[in-house]
Design a protein around this ligand. Structure first.
Ligand code: SF4
Ligand code: SF4
Length: 515
Protein backbone atom coordinates (compact mmCIF):
# COMPACT_ATOMS: atom_id res chain seq x y z
CA UNK A 1 0.00 0.00 0.00
CA UNK A 2 2.80 2.43 0.87
CA UNK A 3 5.14 3.77 -1.76
CA UNK A 4 7.82 4.94 0.65
CA UNK A 5 11.50 4.60 -0.23
CA UNK A 6 13.71 2.49 2.00
CA UNK A 7 14.75 5.63 3.91
CA UNK A 8 11.09 6.25 4.75
CA UNK A 9 10.56 9.17 2.36
CA UNK A 10 7.89 8.92 -0.30
CA UNK A 11 9.20 8.67 -3.83
CA UNK A 12 8.95 11.96 -5.65
CA UNK A 13 5.89 10.94 -7.63
CA UNK A 14 3.98 9.91 -4.51
CA UNK A 15 4.43 12.95 -2.28
CA UNK A 16 1.00 13.88 -1.01
CA UNK A 17 -0.44 16.76 1.03
CA UNK A 18 -3.69 16.57 3.02
CA UNK A 19 -5.69 19.76 3.62
CA UNK A 20 -8.42 19.45 6.25
CA UNK A 21 -11.04 22.19 6.13
CA UNK A 22 -12.77 23.72 9.19
CA UNK A 23 -15.42 25.18 6.84
CA UNK A 24 -15.71 28.15 9.21
CA UNK A 25 -16.93 26.13 12.11
CA UNK A 26 -19.38 23.96 10.14
CA UNK A 27 -16.91 21.09 10.33
CA UNK A 28 -14.67 22.07 13.23
CA UNK A 29 -17.58 22.53 15.66
CA UNK A 30 -18.38 18.81 15.26
CA UNK A 31 -15.21 17.04 14.13
CA UNK A 32 -11.88 17.18 15.92
CA UNK A 33 -9.95 18.73 13.03
CA UNK A 34 -6.70 18.87 15.03
CA UNK A 35 -6.76 15.14 15.51
CA UNK A 36 -7.78 14.55 11.86
CA UNK A 37 -4.77 16.60 10.76
CA UNK A 38 -2.33 14.87 13.11
CA UNK A 39 -3.58 11.46 11.96
CA UNK A 40 -3.24 12.45 8.32
CA UNK A 41 0.37 13.54 8.85
CA UNK A 42 1.52 9.98 9.47
CA UNK A 43 -0.35 8.31 6.63
CA UNK A 44 1.76 6.59 3.95
CA UNK A 45 3.14 9.06 1.38
CA UNK A 46 1.74 12.10 3.21
CA UNK A 47 4.49 14.68 3.66
CA UNK A 48 2.35 17.49 5.05
CA UNK A 49 -1.11 17.98 6.52
CA UNK A 50 -2.73 21.20 7.71
CA UNK A 51 -6.14 22.48 8.62
CA UNK A 52 -7.51 25.94 7.88
CA UNK A 53 -10.77 27.88 8.03
CA UNK A 54 -11.58 27.80 4.32
CA UNK A 55 -9.28 26.07 1.83
CA UNK A 56 -11.57 27.26 -0.97
CA UNK A 57 -10.87 30.94 -0.17
CA UNK A 58 -8.26 32.84 -2.17
CA UNK A 59 -5.84 32.69 0.76
CA UNK A 60 -6.53 29.00 1.26
CA UNK A 61 -5.85 28.14 -2.36
CA UNK A 62 -2.68 30.28 -2.34
CA UNK A 63 -1.49 28.29 0.67
CA UNK A 64 -2.16 24.99 -1.12
CA UNK A 65 -0.13 26.25 -4.08
CA UNK A 66 2.73 27.29 -1.78
CA UNK A 67 2.72 23.86 -0.16
CA UNK A 68 2.68 22.07 -3.52
CA UNK A 69 5.75 24.04 -4.55
CA UNK A 70 7.70 24.00 -1.29
CA UNK A 71 6.96 20.35 -0.44
CA UNK A 72 7.14 19.19 -4.07
CA UNK A 73 3.70 17.61 -3.74
CA UNK A 74 2.48 15.45 -6.59
CA UNK A 75 -0.89 14.60 -5.08
CA UNK A 76 -3.34 16.62 -3.02
CA UNK A 77 -6.24 15.51 -0.83
CA UNK A 78 -8.74 18.12 0.36
CA UNK A 79 -10.99 16.97 3.20
CA UNK A 80 -13.92 19.37 3.30
CA UNK A 81 -17.13 19.41 1.32
CA UNK A 82 -18.41 17.83 -1.87
CA UNK A 83 -16.30 17.17 -4.96
CA UNK A 84 -19.48 17.94 -6.90
CA UNK A 85 -19.18 21.60 -5.95
CA UNK A 86 -15.43 22.04 -5.40
CA UNK A 87 -13.64 19.67 -7.78
CA UNK A 88 -13.20 22.20 -10.58
CA UNK A 89 -12.00 24.93 -8.22
CA UNK A 90 -9.28 22.82 -6.61
CA UNK A 91 -8.34 21.17 -9.90
CA UNK A 92 -7.71 24.65 -11.26
CA UNK A 93 -5.60 25.44 -8.20
CA UNK A 94 -3.35 22.40 -8.51
CA UNK A 95 -3.24 22.98 -12.27
CA UNK A 96 -1.50 26.30 -11.56
CA UNK A 97 1.33 24.19 -10.13
CA UNK A 98 1.25 21.97 -13.23
CA UNK A 99 -0.40 19.08 -11.46
CA UNK A 100 -2.77 16.98 -13.49
CA UNK A 101 -6.44 17.30 -12.44
CA UNK A 102 -6.51 13.62 -11.50
CA UNK A 103 -3.92 14.22 -8.81
CA UNK A 104 -6.63 15.80 -6.65
CA UNK A 105 -8.68 13.76 -4.20
CA UNK A 106 -11.63 15.27 -2.37
CA UNK A 107 -13.27 13.67 0.63
CA UNK A 108 -16.53 15.07 1.91
CA UNK A 109 -16.21 15.12 5.70
CA UNK A 110 -18.91 17.80 6.05
CA UNK A 111 -21.95 16.13 4.45
CA UNK A 112 -20.35 12.69 4.80
CA UNK A 113 -19.43 12.80 8.51
CA UNK A 114 -20.03 16.04 10.43
CA UNK A 115 -23.64 16.83 9.53
CA UNK A 116 -25.24 13.37 9.64
CA UNK A 117 -23.45 12.30 12.83
CA UNK A 118 -23.43 15.61 14.69
CA UNK A 119 -25.08 13.98 17.71
CA UNK A 120 -22.04 11.66 18.06
CA UNK A 121 -18.96 13.84 17.46
CA UNK A 122 -16.49 11.09 18.42
CA UNK A 123 -18.02 8.61 15.98
CA UNK A 124 -18.24 11.34 13.35
CA UNK A 125 -14.52 12.07 13.80
CA UNK A 126 -13.70 8.34 13.66
CA UNK A 127 -15.56 8.04 10.38
CA UNK A 128 -13.84 11.17 9.00
CA UNK A 129 -10.42 9.72 9.91
CA UNK A 130 -11.22 6.54 8.04
CA UNK A 131 -12.68 8.33 5.02
CA UNK A 132 -9.60 10.60 4.77
CA UNK A 133 -7.29 7.61 5.05
CA UNK A 134 -9.35 5.76 2.43
CA UNK A 135 -9.06 8.67 0.00
CA UNK A 136 -5.31 8.95 0.69
CA UNK A 137 -4.89 5.23 0.04
CA UNK A 138 -6.84 5.56 -3.20
CA UNK A 139 -4.62 8.47 -4.24
CA UNK A 140 -1.43 6.66 -3.20
CA UNK A 141 -2.18 3.79 -5.54
CA UNK A 142 -3.17 6.12 -8.37
CA UNK A 143 -0.72 5.83 -11.20
CA UNK A 144 0.61 9.26 -12.00
CA UNK A 145 0.50 8.53 -15.72
CA UNK A 146 -3.21 7.68 -15.85
CA UNK A 147 -3.79 10.30 -18.56
CA UNK A 148 -2.59 9.87 -22.10
CA UNK A 149 -2.15 12.55 -24.73
CA UNK A 150 -3.81 11.94 -28.09
CA UNK A 151 -2.74 14.16 -31.01
CA UNK A 152 -5.52 15.77 -33.06
CA UNK A 153 -5.01 15.43 -36.82
CA UNK A 154 -5.47 18.85 -38.43
CA UNK A 155 -7.95 17.67 -41.06
CA UNK A 156 -11.73 17.61 -41.10
CA UNK A 157 -14.43 15.45 -42.60
CA UNK A 158 -17.94 16.73 -43.22
CA UNK A 159 -20.57 14.10 -43.98
CA UNK A 160 -23.66 15.55 -45.68
CA UNK A 161 -23.92 17.78 -48.74
CA UNK A 162 -27.03 19.74 -47.76
CA UNK A 163 -27.25 23.26 -46.37
CA UNK A 164 -25.82 22.33 -42.95
CA UNK A 165 -22.97 20.24 -44.36
CA UNK A 166 -21.92 22.80 -46.97
CA UNK A 167 -22.11 25.68 -44.50
CA UNK A 168 -19.93 23.83 -42.00
CA UNK A 169 -17.44 22.77 -44.70
CA UNK A 170 -17.08 26.34 -46.01
CA UNK A 171 -16.62 27.71 -42.51
CA UNK A 172 -13.85 25.21 -41.78
CA UNK A 173 -12.16 25.83 -45.14
CA UNK A 174 -12.35 29.62 -44.64
CA UNK A 175 -10.41 29.08 -41.44
CA UNK A 176 -7.64 27.21 -43.23
CA UNK A 177 -8.64 23.67 -42.26
CA UNK A 178 -8.40 21.02 -45.01
CA UNK A 179 -11.92 19.62 -45.51
CA UNK A 180 -13.17 16.46 -47.15
CA UNK A 181 -16.87 16.87 -47.91
CA UNK A 182 -18.80 13.72 -48.73
CA UNK A 183 -22.51 13.60 -49.31
CA UNK A 184 -23.04 10.24 -47.71
CA UNK A 185 -21.17 7.39 -46.10
CA UNK A 186 -18.49 5.94 -48.34
CA UNK A 187 -15.59 3.57 -47.96
CA UNK A 188 -13.38 6.59 -47.38
CA UNK A 189 -15.17 7.12 -44.11
CA UNK A 190 -14.11 3.71 -42.90
CA UNK A 191 -10.63 4.95 -42.03
CA UNK A 192 -11.81 8.23 -40.60
CA UNK A 193 -10.99 7.56 -36.98
CA UNK A 194 -7.26 8.05 -37.48
CA UNK A 195 -7.38 10.35 -40.50
CA UNK A 196 -9.54 13.25 -39.39
CA UNK A 197 -9.20 15.35 -36.26
CA UNK A 198 -12.82 16.47 -36.45
CA UNK A 199 -15.93 15.09 -38.08
CA UNK A 200 -19.14 17.03 -38.65
CA UNK A 201 -22.20 14.93 -39.33
CA UNK A 202 -24.94 16.73 -41.26
CA UNK A 203 -26.64 13.96 -43.19
CA UNK A 204 -30.21 15.28 -43.03
CA UNK A 205 -33.31 13.48 -41.85
CA UNK A 206 -32.51 9.97 -40.57
CA UNK A 207 -32.72 7.08 -43.03
CA UNK A 208 -31.18 3.60 -43.27
CA UNK A 209 -27.75 5.16 -43.92
CA UNK A 210 -27.96 6.94 -40.56
CA UNK A 211 -27.95 3.65 -38.68
CA UNK A 212 -24.76 2.56 -40.50
CA UNK A 213 -23.15 5.88 -39.70
CA UNK A 214 -24.23 5.60 -36.07
CA UNK A 215 -22.56 2.22 -35.85
CA UNK A 216 -19.39 3.39 -37.52
CA UNK A 217 -19.05 6.56 -35.46
CA UNK A 218 -20.50 4.97 -32.34
CA UNK A 219 -23.17 7.61 -31.94
CA UNK A 220 -26.42 6.98 -30.15
CA UNK A 221 -29.74 7.33 -31.98
CA UNK A 222 -33.00 8.28 -30.32
CA UNK A 223 -36.26 6.45 -31.03
CA UNK A 224 -36.80 8.47 -34.24
CA UNK A 225 -33.29 7.82 -35.51
CA UNK A 226 -31.85 11.27 -34.71
CA UNK A 227 -28.42 11.42 -33.17
CA UNK A 228 -29.18 12.06 -29.55
CA UNK A 229 -27.19 14.38 -27.34
CA UNK A 230 -25.35 12.55 -24.60
CA UNK A 231 -27.00 12.99 -21.24
CA UNK A 232 -25.64 16.16 -19.77
CA UNK A 233 -24.54 14.54 -16.55
CA UNK A 234 -22.63 11.77 -18.30
CA UNK A 235 -19.50 13.51 -19.44
CA UNK A 236 -21.12 15.95 -21.84
CA UNK A 237 -17.78 16.49 -23.53
CA UNK A 238 -17.59 12.89 -24.76
CA UNK A 239 -18.52 13.55 -28.40
CA UNK A 240 -16.41 16.69 -28.40
CA UNK A 241 -13.48 14.85 -26.86
CA UNK A 242 -13.68 12.61 -29.91
CA UNK A 243 -14.05 15.63 -32.22
CA UNK A 244 -17.48 14.63 -33.51
CA UNK A 245 -20.20 17.26 -33.97
CA UNK A 246 -23.74 16.86 -35.21
CA UNK A 247 -25.84 19.55 -36.90
CA UNK A 248 -28.94 19.99 -39.04
CA UNK A 249 -31.93 17.70 -39.21
CA UNK A 250 -29.97 14.54 -38.44
CA UNK A 251 -29.85 15.96 -34.94
CA UNK A 252 -33.41 17.32 -34.81
CA UNK A 253 -35.97 18.57 -37.36
CA UNK A 254 -35.12 22.18 -38.23
CA UNK A 255 -35.58 24.98 -40.76
CA UNK A 256 -32.85 25.96 -43.24
CA UNK A 257 -31.94 28.97 -41.11
CA UNK A 258 -31.68 26.81 -37.99
CA UNK A 259 -29.56 24.27 -39.90
CA UNK A 260 -27.18 27.04 -40.97
CA UNK A 261 -26.94 28.36 -37.44
CA UNK A 262 -26.20 24.88 -36.09
CA UNK A 263 -23.58 24.35 -38.81
CA UNK A 264 -21.73 27.55 -37.84
CA UNK A 265 -21.89 26.48 -34.22
CA UNK A 266 -20.59 22.97 -35.00
CA UNK A 267 -17.78 24.39 -37.16
CA UNK A 268 -16.77 26.83 -34.47
CA UNK A 269 -16.62 24.08 -31.85
CA UNK A 270 -14.68 21.90 -34.27
CA UNK A 271 -12.16 24.71 -34.86
CA UNK A 272 -11.75 25.16 -31.13
CA UNK A 273 -11.08 21.43 -30.81
CA UNK A 274 -8.49 21.45 -33.61
CA UNK A 275 -6.64 24.39 -32.07
CA UNK A 276 -5.97 22.30 -28.96
CA UNK A 277 -3.63 20.14 -31.13
CA UNK A 278 -4.02 17.27 -28.67
CA UNK A 279 -6.43 16.03 -26.02
CA UNK A 280 -5.61 14.49 -22.70
CA UNK A 281 -7.68 11.40 -22.10
CA UNK A 282 -7.81 10.88 -18.39
CA UNK A 283 -9.94 9.42 -15.65
CA UNK A 284 -10.58 5.79 -15.00
CA UNK A 285 -10.53 3.61 -18.07
CA UNK A 286 -10.04 -0.03 -18.82
CA UNK A 287 -6.91 -1.62 -20.24
CA UNK A 288 -6.27 -5.17 -21.34
CA UNK A 289 -3.12 -7.13 -20.60
CA UNK A 290 -2.53 -8.98 -23.89
CA UNK A 291 -0.48 -11.62 -22.11
CA UNK A 292 -3.48 -12.60 -19.98
CA UNK A 293 -6.34 -12.10 -22.45
CA UNK A 294 -7.70 -15.43 -23.70
CA UNK A 295 -9.88 -13.87 -26.39
CA UNK A 296 -13.19 -14.99 -24.85
CA UNK A 297 -14.84 -11.68 -25.91
CA UNK A 298 -16.95 -11.39 -22.73
CA UNK A 299 -15.75 -7.79 -22.43
CA UNK A 300 -16.86 -7.08 -26.01
CA UNK A 301 -20.35 -8.40 -25.17
CA UNK A 302 -20.88 -6.23 -22.10
CA UNK A 303 -19.29 -2.95 -23.15
CA UNK A 304 -22.16 -0.44 -23.49
CA UNK A 305 -20.00 2.04 -25.42
CA UNK A 306 -18.53 -0.16 -28.16
CA UNK A 307 -15.09 0.63 -26.84
CA UNK A 308 -13.89 -2.96 -27.17
CA UNK A 309 -12.71 -4.41 -30.46
CA UNK A 310 -11.72 -8.04 -30.85
CA UNK A 311 -8.75 -8.33 -33.17
CA UNK A 312 -6.80 -11.28 -34.41
CA UNK A 313 -4.04 -11.87 -31.91
CA UNK A 314 -0.79 -10.70 -33.48
CA UNK A 315 2.15 -13.08 -33.44
CA UNK A 316 4.18 -10.39 -31.71
CA UNK A 317 3.54 -7.13 -29.94
CA UNK A 318 5.17 -4.65 -27.59
CA UNK A 319 4.26 -4.29 -23.97
CA UNK A 320 5.81 -1.64 -21.73
CA UNK A 321 8.47 -1.10 -24.41
CA UNK A 322 9.36 -4.80 -24.37
CA UNK A 323 9.01 -6.64 -27.64
CA UNK A 324 7.18 -9.93 -27.06
CA UNK A 325 7.01 -12.83 -29.47
CA UNK A 326 4.01 -15.13 -29.12
CA UNK A 327 5.36 -18.60 -29.64
CA UNK A 328 2.38 -20.83 -28.95
CA UNK A 329 0.87 -21.75 -32.33
CA UNK A 330 -2.61 -21.91 -30.76
CA UNK A 331 -2.27 -18.42 -29.36
CA UNK A 332 -1.94 -17.07 -32.89
CA UNK A 333 -5.43 -18.29 -33.62
CA UNK A 334 -6.94 -16.55 -30.63
CA UNK A 335 -8.46 -13.15 -30.79
CA UNK A 336 -7.39 -10.35 -28.52
CA UNK A 337 -9.39 -7.60 -26.86
CA UNK A 338 -8.29 -4.03 -27.56
CA UNK A 339 -9.89 -1.07 -25.79
CA UNK A 340 -10.17 2.36 -27.39
CA UNK A 341 -9.06 4.79 -24.64
CA UNK A 342 -11.17 7.60 -26.08
CA UNK A 343 -14.39 5.62 -26.31
CA UNK A 344 -13.93 3.96 -22.92
CA UNK A 345 -15.96 5.75 -20.24
CA UNK A 346 -14.48 3.74 -17.40
CA UNK A 347 -17.74 2.06 -16.41
CA UNK A 348 -15.81 -1.10 -15.54
CA UNK A 349 -18.33 -3.61 -16.90
CA UNK A 350 -15.57 -5.38 -18.83
CA UNK A 351 -13.41 -5.65 -15.71
CA UNK A 352 -16.19 -7.28 -13.76
CA UNK A 353 -16.79 -10.01 -16.38
CA UNK A 354 -13.23 -10.77 -17.45
CA UNK A 355 -12.65 -14.37 -16.29
CA UNK A 356 -8.85 -14.15 -16.19
CA UNK A 357 -8.20 -10.67 -14.82
CA UNK A 358 -6.84 -9.43 -18.16
CA UNK A 359 -9.11 -6.38 -18.23
CA UNK A 360 -8.26 -4.00 -15.43
CA UNK A 361 -9.23 -0.47 -14.56
CA UNK A 362 -6.56 2.19 -14.72
CA UNK A 363 -7.50 4.78 -12.12
CA UNK A 364 -9.92 2.49 -10.23
CA UNK A 365 -7.85 -0.64 -9.80
CA UNK A 366 -8.72 -3.57 -7.55
CA UNK A 367 -5.74 -2.55 -5.45
CA UNK A 368 -7.25 0.90 -4.88
CA UNK A 369 -10.57 -0.62 -3.87
CA UNK A 370 -9.01 -3.24 -1.62
CA UNK A 371 -6.83 -0.67 0.14
CA UNK A 372 -9.96 1.33 0.96
CA UNK A 373 -11.86 -1.77 2.07
CA UNK A 374 -9.01 -2.75 4.36
CA UNK A 375 -9.09 0.66 6.10
CA UNK A 376 -12.87 0.69 6.36
CA UNK A 377 -13.07 -2.78 7.87
CA UNK A 378 -9.98 -3.13 10.06
CA UNK A 379 -10.16 -3.48 13.84
CA UNK A 380 -9.91 -0.19 15.70
CA UNK A 381 -10.65 0.92 19.23
CA UNK A 382 -13.70 2.77 17.83
CA UNK A 383 -15.32 -0.19 16.11
CA UNK A 384 -14.36 -3.22 18.19
CA UNK A 385 -17.84 -3.54 19.71
CA UNK A 386 -19.92 -2.25 16.84
CA UNK A 387 -20.98 -3.26 13.37
CA UNK A 388 -18.84 -2.60 10.33
CA UNK A 389 -20.98 -1.70 7.37
CA UNK A 390 -19.45 -1.10 3.96
CA UNK A 391 -21.34 0.75 1.24
CA UNK A 392 -20.26 0.58 -2.39
CA UNK A 393 -22.02 3.67 -3.70
CA UNK A 394 -22.43 4.82 -7.26
CA UNK A 395 -21.28 8.41 -7.56
CA UNK A 396 -24.46 9.36 -9.45
CA UNK A 397 -27.05 7.78 -7.17
CA UNK A 398 -26.11 6.09 -3.88
CA UNK A 399 -23.25 8.47 -3.14
CA UNK A 400 -25.17 11.56 -4.29
CA UNK A 401 -28.11 10.61 -2.04
CA UNK A 402 -25.72 10.10 0.88
CA UNK A 403 -24.30 13.60 0.40
CA UNK A 404 -27.81 15.01 0.13
CA UNK A 405 -28.78 13.28 3.37
CA UNK A 406 -25.80 14.99 5.00
CA UNK A 407 -26.75 18.36 3.54
CA UNK A 408 -30.25 17.94 4.96
CA UNK A 409 -28.64 16.96 8.29
CA UNK A 410 -30.51 13.68 8.37
CA UNK A 411 -29.04 11.21 10.80
CA UNK A 412 -28.13 7.58 10.04
CA UNK A 413 -25.78 5.04 11.69
CA UNK A 414 -22.25 6.38 12.00
CA UNK A 415 -20.60 2.98 11.57
CA UNK A 416 -21.01 2.99 7.79
CA UNK A 417 -18.02 3.57 5.55
CA UNK A 418 -18.64 4.48 1.92
CA UNK A 419 -16.55 3.72 -1.14
CA UNK A 420 -17.45 5.91 -4.10
CA UNK A 421 -17.58 4.12 -7.46
CA UNK A 422 -18.03 5.62 -10.90
CA UNK A 423 -20.44 2.76 -11.54
CA UNK A 424 -21.55 -0.25 -9.50
CA UNK A 425 -21.09 -2.35 -12.66
CA UNK A 426 -17.36 -2.17 -11.96
CA UNK A 427 -17.63 -4.47 -8.90
CA UNK A 428 -16.70 -8.12 -9.05
CA UNK A 429 -18.00 -11.02 -6.98
CA UNK A 430 -14.48 -11.54 -5.58
CA UNK A 431 -14.32 -7.99 -4.21
CA UNK A 432 -17.65 -8.31 -2.43
CA UNK A 433 -16.69 -11.65 -0.91
CA UNK A 434 -13.38 -10.14 0.14
CA UNK A 435 -15.26 -7.46 2.06
CA UNK A 436 -16.88 -10.18 4.19
CA UNK A 437 -13.52 -11.90 4.56
CA UNK A 438 -12.03 -8.60 5.79
CA UNK A 439 -14.65 -8.40 8.52
CA UNK A 440 -17.66 -6.59 7.06
CA UNK A 441 -20.84 -7.32 9.00
CA UNK A 442 -22.89 -5.95 6.14
CA UNK A 443 -22.27 -4.88 2.55
CA UNK A 444 -24.55 -2.58 0.57
CA UNK A 445 -24.35 -1.86 -3.16
CA UNK A 446 -26.26 1.28 -4.06
CA UNK A 447 -26.66 2.02 -7.75
CA UNK A 448 -28.82 3.93 -10.22
CA UNK A 449 -32.51 3.28 -10.78
CA UNK A 450 -33.44 0.89 -13.65
CA UNK A 451 -32.97 2.54 -17.07
CA UNK A 452 -31.24 5.52 -15.45
CA UNK A 453 -27.71 4.14 -15.28
CA UNK A 454 -25.25 6.83 -16.29
CA UNK A 455 -23.21 4.16 -18.03
CA UNK A 456 -26.17 2.64 -19.88
CA UNK A 457 -26.17 -0.87 -18.36
CA UNK A 458 -23.89 -0.70 -15.32
CA UNK A 459 -26.75 -1.33 -12.89
CA UNK A 460 -27.80 -4.43 -14.85
CA UNK A 461 -24.22 -5.62 -14.56
CA UNK A 462 -24.29 -4.89 -10.81
CA UNK A 463 -27.48 -6.97 -10.51
CA UNK A 464 -25.80 -9.89 -12.31
CA UNK A 465 -22.82 -9.66 -9.95
CA UNK A 466 -25.12 -9.46 -6.94
CA UNK A 467 -27.00 -12.59 -8.04
CA UNK A 468 -23.75 -14.52 -8.28
CA UNK A 469 -22.59 -13.35 -4.86
CA UNK A 470 -25.97 -13.95 -3.25
CA UNK A 471 -25.81 -17.66 -4.06
CA UNK A 472 -22.18 -17.88 -2.93
CA UNK A 473 -22.71 -16.19 0.44
CA UNK A 474 -25.41 -18.77 1.20
CA UNK A 475 -22.89 -21.55 0.60
CA UNK A 476 -20.38 -19.78 2.84
CA UNK A 477 -22.89 -19.60 5.67
CA UNK A 478 -23.29 -15.82 5.45
CA UNK A 479 -26.86 -14.67 5.99
CA UNK A 480 -28.32 -12.96 2.89
CA UNK A 481 -29.57 -10.24 5.26
CA UNK A 482 -25.96 -9.02 5.39
CA UNK A 483 -25.85 -8.23 1.67
CA UNK A 484 -28.09 -5.72 -0.06
CA UNK A 485 -28.33 -4.34 -3.57
CA UNK A 486 -30.64 -1.36 -3.99
CA UNK A 487 -31.39 1.31 -6.58
CA UNK A 488 -31.35 4.72 -4.99
CA UNK A 489 -32.53 7.95 -6.60
CA UNK A 490 -29.96 10.71 -6.02
CA UNK A 491 -32.56 13.21 -4.86
CA UNK A 492 -34.43 11.23 -2.21
CA UNK A 493 -32.33 11.59 0.92
CA UNK A 494 -35.03 10.42 3.39
CA UNK A 495 -35.48 7.19 1.39
CA UNK A 496 -31.70 6.64 1.39
CA UNK A 497 -31.53 7.17 5.16
CA UNK A 498 -34.43 4.78 5.77
CA UNK A 499 -32.86 2.14 3.52
CA UNK A 500 -29.45 2.29 5.21
CA UNK A 501 -30.86 2.49 8.73
CA UNK A 502 -33.14 -0.52 8.19
CA UNK A 503 -30.27 -2.50 6.68
CA UNK A 504 -28.03 -1.76 9.67
CA UNK A 505 -30.85 -2.71 12.07
CA UNK A 506 -31.37 -5.98 10.17
CA UNK A 507 -27.66 -6.81 10.33
CA UNK A 508 -27.57 -5.95 14.05
CA UNK A 509 -30.46 -8.30 14.68
CA UNK A 510 -28.98 -11.21 12.73
CA UNK A 511 -25.42 -10.85 14.05
CA UNK A 512 -26.27 -9.83 17.60
CA UNK A 513 -23.66 -7.05 17.37
CA UNK A 514 -24.68 -3.63 18.66
CA UNK A 515 -25.59 -1.02 16.05
S1 SF4 B 1 -13.03 -10.67 -21.05
FE1 SF4 B 1 -10.83 -10.65 -20.52
S2 SF4 B 1 -10.00 -12.53 -21.39
FE2 SF4 B 1 -12.00 -12.20 -22.37
S3 SF4 B 1 -11.50 -11.06 -24.26
FE3 SF4 B 1 -11.95 -9.53 -22.68
S4 SF4 B 1 -9.96 -9.01 -21.78
FE4 SF4 B 1 -9.69 -10.91 -22.94
S1 SF4 C 1 -14.71 0.19 -18.91
FE1 SF4 C 1 -16.81 0.20 -19.77
S2 SF4 C 1 -16.63 1.56 -21.56
FE2 SF4 C 1 -14.53 0.96 -21.01
S3 SF4 C 1 -14.12 -0.84 -22.26
FE3 SF4 C 1 -14.85 -1.58 -20.28
S4 SF4 C 1 -17.06 -1.88 -20.58
FE4 SF4 C 1 -16.34 -0.57 -22.28
Amino acid sequence: MSNQNLDGNPKNKDRMGVFVCDCGDNISSILDVESLTETAKVLPNVVCAEHASYWCSTDGRERILDMIRSEELQKVVVAGCSRRTHNRLFQKTIGQANLNAEMLGIVNIREGCAYPHQAEPDMATARAKDQIEMESAYMSALNISTSIEVAITQKSLVIGGGMAGMTAALELADNGVPVMLISHLTKQALSLHDTFGVIIVATGMPDEETARLAKLLRLKQDTKGHFAEMRIRLRPERYMERGIYVCGSVHQPCTIKQAQFQAYSAASRALKHLRKKSVMVGGARAVVDPMKCNGCSDCFEVCPFDAVTMIERPAQFSKDSVHIEIQTPDAKKQSLSVIDPILCTGCGNCVSVCPVGAATMRGWSDEQLEDQMHIALRDTSDNKDSLRILIFACEWSGYAAMELAGRQKLSYPSNVRAIRLDCTGRLQPGLILKAFEMGADGVMILGCMPKLCHYERGNEQAAAIYNQVESLVGLLGISPVRLKLAWTPPDDAPAWVELVTKFVEGVAEITGVAK
